[in-house]
Structures are given as C-alpha cells and as structure tokens.
Design a protein around this ligand. Sequence first.
Ligand code: G1P
Length: 930
Amino acid sequence: MGKREKRIEYLRKRKVDIRKFYIEEEKMGFIQFLDHEGTFSMKQPENYNYLYFPIAGEKGIKGAVSPNLGGDIKLNQNAFLMEPVSVENLHNNRSVRNFWCRVEGKGIWSAVGASAEEECRKFTKEQDDSEVTAGFMWHTITRQSKKYQLKSTIESFVPLGHNVEIMHVTIENTGADASEITPVAAIPVFGRSADNIRDHRHVTSLLHRIRTEEYGVLVKPTLSFDERGHQKNQLTYFICGVTGTGEKPVSFYPVTENFIGEGGSLTHPRAVLLDLPGMKAGEAVEGKEALGGIRFAKAVLQPGESVSYTVVLGITDKPEEIDEVMASYDKEAKVAAARNEVETYWKEKVNVGYHTGNIEMDSFMRWVSFQPFLRRIYGCSFLPHHDYGRGGRGWRDLWQDCLSLLIMDPGDVRQMILDNYGGVRIDGTNATIIGEHQGEFIADRNGIARVWMDHGVWPFMTTKLYIDQTGDIEILKEKAAYFKDEQKERGTSLDKEWDTAYGVKQKTEDGTVYQGTILEHLLLQHLCSFYEVGAHNHIRLRGADWNDALDMASENGESVAFTCAYAGNLNDLADLLDVLEIRFGWKQIELLQEIQVLLRDEVATYEDIDAKHALLKEYLESCGHNVSGKTVQVEVSSLAKNLRHKAAWMQEHIRKTEWIQGKDENQEEGWFNSYYDNHKQAVEGYFESGVRMMLTGQVFSIMSRTALKEQVAKICKSADRYLYRKEAGGYRLNTNFHEEKFDLGRMFGFAYGEKENGAVFSHMTVMYANALYQRGFVKEGHIALSTLAENALNFETSKIYPGIPEYFDASGRGLYHYLTGAASWYMLTYITEVFGVKGKLGALTVNPKLVKEQFDRDGNALLTLRFADKSFRIQIKNPEKLDYDAYKVKEAVCDDHIVLTKDENGVSLSKEAITGLDGSIHTITVTLGA
Ligand code: G1P
C-alpha cells in the first residue's frame, strides 16, 4: 500500500469523510526517504504547525527553520540575530526569513509562504504547492503559486567556510506570459540577548545603530543588556543580499515600522504593497526595531526563465569582513559549491551506515546518529522546543554525548574524558555550571547547592565504553585535578575559607593543586554516594536523579533506581580492576590518604545508617577545604573485593526490601519500587488510586543485574501491562498517580502523559531496551526499541521530521525533537546490542541480537562503522532466516581470510589483528546458522 492509500485508509478508519476532506487530503504530506543517507522530502510541510529543522555549522551560528522559514538564528544566549522563538511562535509567520515578489499587475507574493494572502488560501485548491527536501544541515523548500505563476526554490544552510546562514532563492516564471517582479527580502533583526524578548524589549531597541551598506543592513547595538549587566557591545548583526550574478541590491528597508507601515504587518507589508522606494546605501538610523529589508532591481522573467538571489545572515565582531563574505557567494555556482560541500561534510561526519530489511529504519538510524552532533552544537536550549538553560549542556549530557562520539569521532574523546573529570569535586559531587570550553567548570556564584544524585553514575559508563572500544586502560592511571568552589560536604555546607582567589581547582595544604588518578575520581563518586543514604538505606535523591522533575524530595527522598545503577557500576569497576591485575599486572594503586575511611569494609557498617553517615562525615570533614596531598598504596585485588562487597550488599538489600510482588492471578507480575518520597513512603505499588509503577527503577535494576532473571521476566510482564501503550509510542515513564505529589517532584504537576509525567520518554525507553538486550531479553528489547522508531517514523501521529524526539505525548506527537540524550543511547544500543558490535579491551567483538524481521529479503544485515581508526563493513548473514533464539554464530572471517575467535560471547577480532589492517575498508562476514 502506498503512502497515499495508507493515509486514506487511516482517515477511513477514523471515520473521516474523505470527499469532504479532499483538499486537506491532497495537501497533507508524508515523509518520503530519497536515499539510504536519510535525505527525505515531504509535501506541504507548512500544514503542520510545529515542524522545525536545524541548520548550523561548527563555528557558532545555529538556526532553526520552519517550513515557512520561521525560526531563529543565534550565536549564543546573548546574541540572537532573529527573535528567539518557541514552537508557539512558529505558526504566526512574524519572524520569518521572508522573501517577497511584487508581481506587476498581480499583487505581492511571499516566496516562503508567509503572507496574509497565503494564510487565507490555505486548505483550498489555491494554496501554493510546496515541498521540503532536506538532509543533514541543509533544507530546501520549493513553492509553486497558481495565482502568480511563479515557483520559488529556497535553499538554506550554513557554509563550512563562514559563520553565516545562507538563503539562496531562485524564482522561476512558470506561466505562459512574461512576468515583471520586484524582489524584496525582509527579515526582522532582533540583534540582542534572548533575555530581552520581554525584559527591556523596547529600551534595547533604542540601543540599535542601524546602517545601510552596499550589500545590506547592519545593526550594531551600542550596549548589550544581559545577565552580565550592561556591556559595551562588540557584535554586528547583518542581513545582506546579492543576486546570483553578482549585482548588489538597489535599496533597503532597515526599519520594521516603516516597512510594514501604519496598520500593516510583516505578512502584509505596505512598503511592498505600495512599492515604496527604500533607503540608499550609506544611511544610518538610530533606536528602532530593525529589519533586514533588501530590495533588488526589477526583473522581467520570460516563461520558463529564472533568476536567483543570495541572502546572507550573520553575526560578527569583524564587520569589515562582510564584503569578503559576500564576494564568496556572489555567483550561483559559488553558492551551489558551498551547499554541496556542506552536504558531503555532514554525511561523512556521520560515519555509520545501516542496512537491514527496512529502508525507513536505516534512514531513521542515520538521523539518530546525526542527533548527537546537534546536541553538541545546540545544547538543550537552542531549538524551538526550548528544554532548559541558556545554551549549555548539563553534566549528564556531557558524558552521554561522548558515547556516540566514541563510535563516530573518537579522536578527541580521550582528552575530553580527562577534561571532564576535572569537574568532579573531592566529595564526589561535581560542578553543575559547565563553561563554554572543554574542561571549563564554573563556580556557582548563587551559592545554591544542587546535587543530582545520578551524576556519579554516567562518567564510569562512558569511561568503561571508552576502555572497551580502545583498550586504553592506562587512562585510569592518568591524573586530573578536582573541581573546587564554595560548596563543600556534598553541597550541605559552605567552605567559608574559599574565595575566587583560591581558584576552581582543589589544593593541598601546601597550596599546590592536587591531582588524583581517574580511578580515584571514579571511586570517590561511587563511595561517597554509597554512604549518603536515607531512612531506608538507599542513596538519597537529593536535588533529583536522572529525572530532573523529581525535585521536591530533597530531605527524605531516596532513589532505589540509581542505587541499583551505582551497585552495577561498583561491580563493573571491580571486574575492571580484576582485569588490570590479572592481565596487565597492576598490583597496587595510589589513592589520597583520606579515602581510606571510605574503604572500610564491614557489613555491620553497611547495615547501620548512622554509622554510614558518621563515616561519610569523617571523610567529608577531612577534606572540606584543602586535602592533605598525602597518598597511600592500595592493593588492586582487595579493592576489587571491597567494591564487590558493597555492591552485593546494596543489591541484596534492594532485592529483600523493594520487590513488589504482583497481585495478578498467575503471579507472573512484579517489579521494583524506584523511589521514596519526602514523607519516607515507598512510591510504587498497589494504591487506592490504582497501580503505581515507574520505569526508571526497572531499567536500572535490570541493567545492574540487581533483578534476577525470573524477576526480569516479571518486570517485563508488568511493564507490558501497566506502562506499554502502542499508540503513545511504547513504554511510558510511569502510570498515572492521580495525585499532585508535591512530596516528590514537579513532574506530578505536569498533565499526565506529558514530559516526565508518564510520557513515552525516549531516553528511558531506550535504556530499558538496552538493559533488556544486555540481559538476553532480546524480543522484549526489540519491541521497546522498535516501537519508538515506528512511532517516530509514523508522521501521522509523531508529526516530526525523521529522528528521535525527547518524548511522545499522550497523542503520540514527538516533542523536543533532535536534542535528546536518547539519540546517543539509541545509536549505542543499536550498534552494540542489536548488531552486537562492540569493543572488548580494544578487540572488536560481534554478537548479533537481530531478530528475524531485521534481516533483508536475502537474510542479510549490514553495519558500516569505524573502529580503532579502521573502516569496517560488518555483514551478518542469516541464510536460513532464523530468529534470534534459533541461530548461533557459525563462523566469522575478516576480508575472507582472518578467522575470528569464537567463544560464548560471540566472535572477536583481536586488537593486534586490527592494528595489522591497512587503511582500506575491511569486511567482516559473520554467518549465522542453527
Ligand atoms: C532531558 C534532559 C536530561 C534529563 C531528562 C529527564 O532529557 O536533557 O538531562 O535527564 O530530561 O529529566 P533528554 O532531552 O536528554 O532526553
């Protein structure tokens, strides 16, 4: 069934009268993939209100474009070229990159579809036909007007060579008669900090100094009003234009109020309607809301003839270089070359490829793999679904984004990991304000301590993957400083002796910066958490855990979920220590003397909450200001045992106290309680208002192996029964508590089914899948993972361009698209669990967990990726078309002659063998059979 038929079928099912909706039906688009690289197209995208697409470069300029080219462009929080927008501004067509054509004898046409006239034509037969085509970092929209007999093609991208956004507009006469057009680009210039969208909105327009120059409009405000106070401004915001053959514009409309005219608007501007002349180059205006209004010379287009214009949007502290920038794009061919460069660059940057039985899935995975790059560029703040913050990423994001880099761009990851450890404090907590540069952490000047109790978990997960992918265990011995600010004792007290002169690096008594090994940093993160327990002897929730919205139980809340995660890490760390000892001969490691307290290994202390607190206090007080700097040697083998004891105790304690046995007839259900609230009450179980179950506790009890195998099966049953909703996109984060539980977090204030309150939150669903795959629950993991993809790809409900959104709301719509930690985890799970391709201390291992339908018609699946600086095609052949539980790896060879070693964990190619391979592409063929 084709897409159109599917759509009709869908409308029929929903009992929609198809004839009545003929126009809409014709006008509604579908995502169509055009190749294996993820390039897609879609008709009439402007008929969906919340679509946006990222275009950015690596030099700082980042934009979002909606189908009508709305959306903003900025460098950072304090430098927005276009007005900062959220999704609700996207459909008002105000702040758009407009491009008008005044058509002699006919009227004025917006080539981007943002006009009052076009709004009235929507959903009628007269509506412009439009189609978007897009790939990584490029966006092309075409629009055909019936009334004006003109077609526009607008390409948007950020070139590699300059920190600007390019908008290249081609106008073609598709009519039978000659057409005389006057083109006018009209882009409102905000030119200031996002903070001024409301605060000082008018006063900050008074700061504007606007000039018209030969190519366009330049706005250089005198001051910047932002959170840093009033600063002398150094930036120039500019919108310039040139024709495709190099002609400069003829005049300019630099002031919004003059352009729209009294009573006019940006979708019905009087200057274009009345053909008012613009200002010449070389003029200046002060204190007005500015507009990049650029009028080009009249053009007469014969039938079939076309003409093009290039609009350049930018922010610079070197306005003298704008002419040079314009000269780089003053011919159509130059723009085309720059555009092609962008396409190639990003395609290559995302250097993983997928081939399964499902081309849509393969394309989807390309977008998912691209998303971590977007998150590095946009943080969590700079696309129209503004998640939080002022542009930065949080601690968690920092570490998670490394996961995908380890697969796609591992070159700099070692240094990145080392630098990031510099954010850990000696008390095991970490800096939460992350600077612009790698390894830069900023002291919290507000003195508001907030400790997210999950923060200690992520660095080890990333470091472990790093060690497995590279075999570089030496990194554990590398030294890094500790972060130091006014916070001490895990944010419960202030170090009054500290001041900015001390600096943000932990010092010893003699005033030198103390450096400890990465292993020591890891130990501190885990050991300090181990002792920081609440009334039920699980680690305290503090400010929140992964779920940022569990932020109202800081006194008594406990996170059983992340206690599991810490226990899992302690075990994995112990395993790693064993390897260090046995395979690499490490006997002892050096640790800060004070840490010895934390290494006491007495079960009696583990049981005794007060004793734990006293012990932690002893340690924290010993290093509240400076550390001694003295070190001790600790046996690697006894350290491993020590960590195992702690982990085992935590896990046993959770198994004993937190298991909720299902009340179903067949006793097939059951799950773990994930949290305690501020009233010290367990959060999950059977309540009068219904069953309360949360996904997070299940994910980490499964992943950490706290849940025994039979418990995993019961958890799956319960999750399927209480959390799974196919129409919403998969497993929800929690059931409906029917209570505004302000003794746990703000999430309960959100409508049920939204964001952290019971949405299908991609990140946690992916981690659920990952945990299930790790434990061998392949079918279950596959369902969790594939429903997310199916839902995202089902445009009917998700209403997003390809990729994984942060979450799906109750109706299945995808929100907070692109910028989500889920992308890194999805990609990682797909590669390391589904395809089963992962590093093991530098060796490449393959242990596929693909289910039958993931192979193509011939029973093949293919993954291309880089590993240890070599390119691989990993071909999985399943000639008998068996399902996961029926196949085994029969044989595996690299380049038809190197036989891979086989054991119960699949096949592997040794580190040495990989080193011996040359720079060409190597094919590993893994053959499966019964
Ligand atoms: C967002 C935050 C992430 C947090 C999560 C749950 O998720 O960025 O740090 O853990 O909400 O509150 P994301 O957008 O990464 O999926």
